[in-house]
Design a protein around this ligand. Structure first.
Ligand code: FAD
Length: 434
């Protein structure tokens, strides 16, 4: 089986374009079907951990393009609300640090690279509705009736994936609301009072829960903050937007933190302009899927697995998926039907398999095996960080957490926790033989 000459990718979010760029570097052509009429992956800033930057650099090749667009960091300090530094985490591993970047900038960079690349076509306003697989390839149908032919189809269409319904049929799960709503925004550094001894970027723990405070621009002048609130009431997409735009979400978070008199939380809450500066996101979850693939279709990114935003690893896992999928698909010698190189990108080292892959089915099975194992590991590693975000209802619980954290980080971990298993992962170490 030679590499595919034309890959259909459903979803022009974060991992679809990343896969297209990586495939093009191996002279594989792709078409991205994106339902939005134009680029629009908003939603504030995200953190790219060292493992995400490593795959973006080594396989996808966009590290340099995004470095200057966000705030680079090598550690996050954990403070108690009164200023006690209870611990911290190292955000550097093997020469890669972390980057806090506006999602729109990251997305724009990926799309710019795709739009400049002759081997990548993005079809905006194209809602994938169904797919037919046959012995020779796949036909994807777009709402309105247009049909597009490719060798294989990769479903990178996010947590509410339509491709997942094709792969799993009746067994496809409906995403469920997690019950915790995320609320956050950005404020100018000058409007926040940061007491002496406290630093950015940091996680600030309070009896009400944890607030993340991190610069999001290269100069560190725009400070992003984010908190979670328990909210059992699931709303429709429109309902969540109304909750945000009416200022109710801002009022709720202000009320929740009203009892906290310490800075910088006080000035963040006081300076928030309700309707403009508190964005809302409602995390959804899917259970583990029995399979990620059929003979010619495979899911990647949030379509295959979703992790709560508290882990700061969803995009990282999506990029690792894209990088590994590109390595597998390019592992055989390039097909003679591949179009000639015409983009300005240079080819990274070609992956080579010693055994010829037999079918896409087997290739996807290997992908799923490797990536499921990694994802399950990451999910376990990030659970602790998610649980630590919630407040404690009792004074005793609060004190146990405060001094328990201090003791763990200072006496056991020497001040900072280093998570090599999570952040040192390199998709280049995974075998492309199966
Ligand atoms: C608030 C929040 C904060 C986060 N913070 C972080 C963080 O700090 N670090 C981190 O690593 N991750 C973070 N994540 C997770 C990260 O955003 C996701 O894991 C990542 O976006 C997944 O990328 P994806 O390409 O799989 O899906 P998406 O980015 O959701 O892209 C899916 C795309 O598919 C398109 N699509 C859907 N259906 C169709 C269809 N039928 N036809 C055509 N196109 C379709 C959508 O329009 C969309 O563009 C966060 C998530 C949230 C919600």
């Amino acid at each position: 089986m030679p590499p595919p000459s034309h890959v259909l990718i459903v979803g022009g979010g974060l991992c679809g374009p990343a896969l297209a760029i990586a495939l093009s570097r191996h002279r594989i052509r792709s078409t991205i079907l994106e339902l939005r009429p134009q680029a629009g992956n908003n939603g504030g800033a995200i953190m790219l951990a060292p493992n995400a930057l490593r795959v973006l650099d080594k396989v996808i090749g966009v590290d340099e393009e995004i470095k200057g667009e966000g705030f680079g960091l090598d550690k996050i300090d954990f403070f108690w609300e009164d200023g006690l530094r209870v611990g911290g985490i190292t955000m550097e591993d093997g020469g890669y640090g972390a980057l806090r970047i506006q999602r729109t900038k990251l997305h724009r960079t990926l799309l710019d690279l795709c739009e400049r690349d002759d081997r990548v076509e993005i079809k905006y306003g194209s809602k994938f509705v169904r797919i037919v697989e046959d012995e020779e390839g796949v036909t994807a149908y777009i709402e309105g009736g247009e049909a597009i032919r490719g060798d294989i189809l990769i479903g990178a269409d996010g947590i509410h994936s339509k491709v997942r319904a094709h792969v799993l049929g009746d067994r496809a799960p409906v995403p469920t609301y997690s019950g915790m709503v995320g609320i956050g925004g950005t404020l100018p550094r000058s409007s926040i009072i940061l007491p002496e001894g406290m630093t950015y970027p940091s996680f600030i723990y309070t009896p009400r829960g944890m607030i993340m405070v991190m610069p999001t621009d290269p100069e560190g002048q725009a400070i992003g903050w984010a908190a979670s609130l328990a909210d059992p009431h699931e709303r429709s997409r429109k309902g969540w937007l109304e909750y945000q735009n009416s200022g109710q979400a801002a009022r709720d978070i202000k009320e929740s933190y009203a009892g906290i008199r310490h800075e910088p939380i006080r000035s963040i809450m006081d300076n928030m302009v309700e309707e403009e500066q508190a964005r809302v996101w409602a995390p959804y979850e899917i259970p583990d899927l029995s399979t990620w693939h059929t003979k010619r279709v495979c899911l990647i990114g949030d379509a295959a697995h979703a992790i709560p935003p508290s882990g700061g690893q969803g995009a990282g896992q999506a990029f690792e998926d894209a990088g590994f999928m590109a390595r597998l698909l390019s592992a055989a010698p390039p097909s003679s039907s591949s179009p000639p190189a015409s983009s300005t990108t240079t080819l990274p080292e070609q992956a080579t398999a010693t055994t010829e892959p037999k079918s896409y089915d087997e290739l996807f099975a290997h992908f799923e095996k490797v990536r499921k194992a990694r994802f399950e590991h990451v999910r376990e590693l990030t659970k602790v960080s998610g649980n630590s975000r919630h407040g404690s209802p009792t004074w005793t619980g609060t004190m146990v957490r405060k001094y328990g954290m201090w003791a763990y980080f200072h006496l056991v971990k020497g001040g900072y926790y280093t998570d090599h298993a999570l952040m040192g992962y390199d998709v280049m170490d995974e075998s492309v033989e199966y």
